[in-house]
Design a protein around this ligand. Sequence first.
Ligand code: IVH
Length: 734
Amino acid sequence: MAKDQQTPVEKLTPQSATKELERLAKLMAKADLAYYNDAAPLMIDAEYDALRRRNMLIEEKFPKLVREDSPSNKVGATPVSRFEKVEHAVPMLSLDNAFNDNDVDEFYTRIKKFLNLDSDATLRITAEPKIDGLSASLRYEKGVLKVGVTRGDGKVGENVTANVLTLDDVPQKIKDAPDIVEIRGEIYMSHADFAQVNERRELEEPGKDLFSNPRNAAAGSLRQLDSAITALRPLKFFAYAWGETSEPLGKTQSEAIEKLALWGFKTNPLTKTWARVDEILAHYREIEKARADLDYEIDGVVYKVDRLDYQDRLGFVSRAPRWAIAHKFPAEKAVTTLKDIDIQVGRTGALTPVARLEPVSVGGVVVSNATLHNQDEIERKDIRIGDKVVIQRAGDVIPQIVEVLLDDRPKKAKPYQFPDRCPICNNKAVRSKNEKGEWDAVRRCTGGFTCSAQSVERLKHFVSRKAIDIDGLGVKQIEQFYLKEYVKEPADIYTLEQRQIANEIDLYTYKDKTDDPLLKEQGLTKKKSQEPTNKKSIDNLFKAINDRKNPPLDRFIFALGIRHVGEGNARLFAQAYSRFDAFQQAAIAAYVEQPTNGDVVDDEENRHRAEMLAIDGIGELVAMGVIEFFHEPQNQEAVSRLLDHVNPQEMENNNDSESPVSGKIIVFTGKLEVLTRDEAKAKAQSLGAKVASAISGKTDILVAGAGAGSKLKKAEALGVDVYTEAEWINLISE
Ligand code: IVH
């Protein structure tokens, strides 16, 4: 962004505002195109949002200067997703990260413990480069490539078969393959090809935006509607995993990878198998050294347990396998100037400072914003506007300021004053104390439902890709609809069509500014606007909204934006309660007035609260987030209005509902001999049981290993069924 054009809005004259609005309209149109059509964003979301805010402020100040092609008028202009959606037969998982040797060591020890192996036992691990591209799954039926799908959200991806067929590295047919086999791996662009693609782009269309890195070039090239364009882009593919297979591919990861190579797939030559943790770490350093000479981008090393029977036993948690981890390379750094600090207000009212930087290239990506986390972070590092700062960027993580170069500090730089009022609604912004009496790092706006920033952020979160995922209802549309007061809360989204039909709102037509005297004065003429120009996209939007009236329960819970409830926790709640009403009623019933005399409320006094806390993976903080959310009358009312239009699907338990322990609450105690505690818990959960840590009247089964003590006594006193480990294994293998 050109810095000379950042004249404060209040200082703009009608002439300079006209120019600025034109600049913003062009810049944002270019950004849209790059984002939607080339999948190669020109800027990060925060920067785009800042442009739009600026545009809106200028339009508010000079309403007569609003352009026909104003970014604010582009309601519903986002193209609806253009590729057919395909559900993965086996989810495409992501990987947990290790950032140092210690994390890798812990990974290794954790696995051995889970598998009950002696600490000096051999556990073979493969180590291979983590390719920085985009993953895809290729499904072969009877040896013929049937469908190629992007990863998408891991459950559902996009059908890009015609495009993957243009890759030389993707065989159309494979010999001696099982009836069904899904080959997974990374689509990427080499450095050399990336440079050529950009050169050609510049030659053919001078001034056209270039791809900022090979990964974006690969993504933009794969997501072309016209596969002839993909064919012109030199994409490559490394195979490193698989999804559904009608026959096992081998006994070990390395055997399976050899088979993929036999079928004609490229597999990474730096893949090696080792027996000790110091060996895989040495291999990591080898790959790190080789990194600069490789012709493709890598961002770490992936370790995988070699034995496939071990992989099966280890299974996965949330969306990452227990049997693999990505050891990331250290972040890349650069020095730049901090131009300003903006405060953004999130959906929970958190005030987040964002650093506006002199744009600088960090590892091939231009960075102009960085997160400053919170007030303490700014004070601790004494970060001041005007400072020279060291920033670092690691993978997809938002860039951060790691250091201030104090020697270069301008003389007049003053300590930053963190605002104590919300910059949007001007309500007080406060920091509260937690139960330990420590100050919360985050300052929050106290405006709640009256703060427009919070409401808009909640709406954006509701429609976002990982939540309800409404195609064509993006960040821009939400802001527009909110500004026009068409949508104030999630329930309003579902009445848009009905209100359009009743002519209560008008989403179809642009404002006609032909007779605008100011435009005439400036010698500008506008064509009379035609018939509704965006009717089709609005109709598509209505369709997309209607398509999302029965969201999966986990997405619905996540979409509500409850504090501390991310995707993973939402899934745990959905699995535990199966139905939304059960979840909501339990949360409402779980609210306990805190006694004012300082007494602590015993879990046992509230069965619903105890049950919620018994869900493995749900702790006090998350449970309190849920309980407090549903205790708030305004939230209850908003949810109830939403449920008038939306019917969350009952969670189909992937777990085995036929199993003898399905739905039962199990507690393990004492030393188990055959299974490890982790394995026993994971197995019980996969059979549909809930694992709790304490005995209560709700406990169904206590599995008592050697040396069981007080829990066993309590269980007996309460009449809970008690099993030995052998009896338990017998029960679950029925
Ligand atoms: S294995 C169940 N191996 O990293 C294991 N992933 O951060 C699935 N990736 O979504 C992944 N190189 O796109 C694996 N050698 C490699 C990889 C790799 C790159 C990507 C993949 C995955 C992401 C997770």
